[in-house]
Write a protein that binds this ligand. Structure first.
Ligand SMILES: [Zn+2]
Length: 147
């Protein structure tokens, strides 16, 4: 009885810490992507330096966990392009932008990754958070030097 309670609370703790890790990575990864792309929309080219107006737009949607934090799959995208893409399936512009950046083979590569179906371990999430925190601070330094 006691043992199973302990198990349950461990599972809960695991879930909340995992959720926290994913949220944290989401924030730092999204910021990194916007900075990397110089706050410029991948599909219409508008530049807005504001996290509410400039999103980190996923080409393959967020329900594909394997490509959630893939740099080839996520780009700065203004709110209206990101939203238009979701409701009208207006993926063409984004497809063209992706092909233009990485070549047409990237689309097959996305499919391969999707089929692999593995998800990030908590250790990988922690590593990625560290990686993108450094990335963001490097880009901040670069930004200062540029000015
Ligand atoms: Zn746009």
């Amino acid at each position: 009885m006691k043992k199973s309670n302990a198990k349950k609370s461990n599972a809960r703790r695991y879930r909340t810490s995992r959720k926290r890790l994913i949220n944290k990575l989401n924030r730092v990864f999204g910021l990194y992507i916007r900075m990397r792309d110089n706050w410029t929309c991948v599909t219409c080219g508008v530049r807005i330096r504001n996290t509410k107006e400039m999103h980190a737009g996923h080409y393959i949607g967020r329900n594909c966990k394997q490509l959630l934090f893939c740099e080839y799959n996520v780009h700065a995208q203004c709110r209206s392009c990101n939203f238009a893409q979701r409701i009208q399936d207006d993926n063409n512009k984004y497809t063209l932008a992706i092909i233009d950046k990485y070549g047409v083979d990237i689309l097959d590569w996305f499919e391969t990754i999707k089929e692999m179906g593995n998800k990030y371990t908590n250790e990988e999430l922690v590593d990625m958070i560290g990686h993108y925190e450094i990335g963001v601070s490097d880009l901040k330094t670069y930004d200062k030097v540029k000015k």
